[in-house]
Design a protein around this ligand. Structure first.
Ligand code: TYM
Length: 330
């Protein structure tokens, strides 16, 4: 069976950006691609690329597991697991470091951005992170990897590494393909709409979190930065704030942007923002209700245990092949 695989880092609570760029698309694809196996995981080892408080990390891992189910992923066709519980990721991650070149890793824009923000020093894990991400994908021979725009560069590198490995050691890995959502592949910060909405952002007002109080969400949308011309029109260059809000609207309602522009052509920003706040809150309330049922449920642990067992089985088999090809084992 072919595999669709993706993961999210448990650094903070997932945002509306993670939802529209990734989570919502996972659910959509799971509904559409009935003959694929879905492997979805918590990328907890990736969280360590920047310093983490151990207690918060533990909490965030559990919360993300519950959120995966709360957004509507169907546990009956899902291998849901926590990356660090499948040790093969670390070993293949190291092996992939031997395939990746320094120059390739240095070119990763996420590394370049994040390294600027590290006051205490840049961990070497932040640098080698894309090799671990390649391992996450290649261990399972994933055919499709749904991600938002910001992860596409890492996915391209994964393809390059897989091709290089196959060339050097013989055909081993499936070359994966990224899938972006039609709308919402890059949701931007509500206060700084040229920057990505990011769960580790310092500006709390610009970011909507899936587990936050819905009144706060309303306030954040109402105070989102727009512009002075008062016209609801998509123009990313000159009207990044309104364009971002239109994208969120479109992604949540499945409407075309031009139809939303038409609907609001004689209305002001106030009405548009009120409507958008209702749409966002309505969606997030549903998720929060489901979340309450999952977070303390023993069923969640059962699903994670089964996920670990199934993922380990697939990963062990693949790693054994890789080890042999590279000359390891007696
Ligand atoms: P992470 O945790 O930064 O983001 C998780 C997913 O959310 C998407 N995303 C966004 N989409 C739209 N707008 C935004 N503002 C926004 N912010 C984040 C990301 O594109 C991503 O799809 N390295 C990955 C996790 C990972 C992974 C993997 C993913 C590790 N191994 C293997 C796929 C396959 C990461 O840090 O995502």
């Amino acid at each position: 069976m072919k595999i669709v695989l993706s993961g999210i880092k448990p650094t903070g609570i997932p945002t509306l950006g993670n939802y529209l760029g990734a989570l919502k698309n996972f659910v959509k694809l799971q509904n559409e691609m009935k003959d694929y196996d879905f492997f979805i995981f918590v990328a907890d080892l990736h969280a360590l690329t920047v310093p983490q408080d151990p207690k918060e990390l533990k909490d965030n891992i559990r919360k993300l597991c519950a959120l995966y189910l709360a957004v509507g992923l169907n546990p009956n066709n899902l291998t849901l697991f926590i990356q660090s519980e499948v040790k093969e990721h670390v070993e293949l991650g190291y092996l992939m470091q031997s395939i990746a070149y320094m120059g390739e890793l240095e070119r990763m824009t996420q590394y370049k951005d994040k390294k600027q923000k590290q006051v205490e020093g840049v961990s070497s894990a932040l640098f080698t992170y894309p090799a671990l991400m390649a391992a996450d994908i290649l261990l399972y021979d994933a055919t499709y990897v749904p991600v938002g725009r910001d992860q596409m560069q890492h996915l391209e590198l994964t393809r390059t590494l897989a091709e290089r490995f196959n060339h050097r050691y013989g055909d081993t890995f499936t070359i994966p393909q990224g899938i972006e959502p039609k709308q919402g592949t890059k949701i931007t910060d509500l206060q700084n709409p040229t920057k990505k909405m990011d769960k580790s952002s310092e500006n709390d007002k610009g970011c909507i979190y899936l587990l936050e109080d819905t009144n706060r969400i309303r306030k954040k949308i109402k105070s989102a930065v727009t512009d002075l011309d008062g016209c609801i029109r998509y123009d990313k260059e000159n009207k990044p704030g309104i364009s971002n809000l239109l994208t969120i609207y479109a992604a949540l309602t499945n409407m075309e942007i031009k139809d939303i522009e038409e609907k609001y052509h004689d209305k002001g920003y106030g009405i548009f923002k009120d409507d958008l706040a209702n749409i966002v809150v309505n969606e997030i309330e549903g998720i929060q209700n489901n979340y309450q049922q999952w977070i303390n449920s023993p069923k969640l642990d059962e699903i994670l245990d089964q996920g670990r067992i199934k993922a380990t089985k697939v990963a062990q088999k693949k790693l054994e092949i890789v080890r042999k090809k590279m000359g390891y084992g007696r």
